[in-house]
Design a protein around this ligand. Sequence first.
Ligand code: UDP
Length: 491
Amino acid sequence: MAAGEPHFVIIPLLAQGHIIPACDMARLLATHGAIVTVIVTPANLTRLQSFSALISTSNLPIRLASLPFPSTAASIPDSCQNVDLVHSPDLFFNFFLAMSLLQTPLLEYLHGQHPPPTCIISDHFQPWGMNVARELSIPYLIFHGYSSFTLTAMHTIKNHKIYQSLTDVHKPFIIPGLPQPIETTKAKAPPFFYEGTPGFEKLAQETIMAEDTCDGIVLNTCSEMESYFTQQLEELTGKKVYAIGPLPLANKDAASKAARGNKPSIDESQCLQWLDSMPESSVVYLSFGSITHTVAAQLIEIGAGLEASGLRFIWVIKESELMAAPEVAKWLTEEEGFEKRVEGRGMVIKGWAPQAAILGHPAVGGFVTHCGWNSVMESVSAGLAMLTWPHFADQFLNEKVVVEVLKVGVPVGIGKPIMYAFGEEMVVVGREVVEKGVKCLMECGGEGEERRKRVRELGHMVRKAVDKGGSSFENLIKLIEVGSKKLMKPT
Ligand code: UDP
C-alpha cells in the first residue's frame, strides 16, 4: 500500500479566536507534508493578508478558500462576517445560519479541487462540516477551541444532570467526576453551545450529533498540560483525541508570530524594539482577546490601576472600544494625559496587537488575560504566569485550569460573568484591585516566584511536546495518517 497525498480541509468558526488556531493548524499540517485548505469568507480573507503573504513566501501548500458570505439568504448585513463584527445578540442566529449556508458552495468548490480532499476538520460550532465529509466519503474530525479540562467538565456536568435541578445560576457546586474538588456555577460554566436557548435547538442538536458521529477530536492542548483530562475526554466521548498543541508554536519566528489574525495596528518591530529596551521579565501585558468589550469606566480603572502599580506594561485597547468611548481616547492622549504620565514605562496599543510576538519577548514577565484558550496556550508556551480576568463562555473553566489545576495563575476575582456589556457602564474591577493584582502577578519572591518557576518549567515541557518525538508531534503524525488513509491504494 502507498499512502496518498493528504489534503485537509479546515472549516473554522468565523471568529479570530478560531481562525487563528485554524491557520496555525494549517501551518503544522502543511510543514509535515499535507495540503491544507482553510475556508473563510471575503472579509476574513482580507484580515489574513499577513498570513497569506507568509505562506506564499514560504511556499507552504496552504490554500485560503474564500466563499461568498451568504448574507442575503441569511438576512444578515454583509458586514457581519466575523463574530467580532456581529454587534447585536439578535443577529447571532442569522450569523450561524449564514455559516451553515456555506455547505453547498463549499461542496461545489471542493469537487473541483486537485488533489481531492481527504479529511475535513470542522469547528465544533460548524457541525454542517459533517455533511460535507459524508458527501465526500472522507473522515470528519471536530476541532474544539476548548481545553480538555473544560470539555471534560462540561460532559460530566451534563451526564450528572446537574443543571436539571439547579434553579439559581449563581449557586456554587463541585464539578462531578474530577480528581480534585473544583467549584463553579452554571453562569460560569454555561451548557454546550446555546443548548436550551430558544431558536438554537436544531443547531445545538447538530453539534451533539457531529460530536457523536465524528472520527476524532482535535484539540489545542498537550499531554504535558492536560493528560488526565484528555484521557477522560476520550472515555467520555469514545473518540480519539488528537492533542496537537500548543498550536501557536507552529510559528517559530517573530514575523510569523506577528502574522496571526488581523494586521497589527502598530509597527511590530517598533514594539519589539521598545521591549528590547526593558529589563527581562519586567513588563506586564494586558489584553482581553478579540471579542470582549470593555466599557469606558472599566478602561479608566484598568489604566489607573496600571499607573498606580508603577510597573512597566503594554495595554491593548480595541479600536471598537475607543470608538464607543471617545472620552477614553481623550483621557489617554490629552496634555498630561495617561500616555504622557506613563511615558517610558507604559505602551498602549490601540487596535490589534501582535500578541504572540509580544508574549515571546524576554522582557515580558506576566499576562493579564481574559482566559480565552488561545491566550492561555500562548502564555504557557512563552512560560508566562497569568492574572486571570475571565468574562464569559469557557473562560471561567479555563481560569480553573490556570489557577487550580496548573497553578500558574492568580485570579483577579471575577464573581459573575461579564457579557458584552454594550451600553452598560459597568465597572467590575476597581483600580485598587487592578493594582494589587498586577503587583501580585509580578511579585518577586514568595508565591509569585513559585508560580513563575512552575510556568517556566511548563513552558519548557510544552515546547518539547511539539518537537520531534514529543507527544503533540506524535499526535500530529497520527492525525496526518487519518488524512492519508482515504487514498491508500495497492502498489
Ligand atoms: N489576538 C491578537 N491580537 C489582539 C487580540 C487578540 O493577536 O490584539 C489573538 C490572540 O493572540 C489569540 C486570539 O487573538 O490568538 C484570541 O483568542 P482567545 O481564545 O485568547 O480569545 P477570544 O478572542 O476567542 O475571546
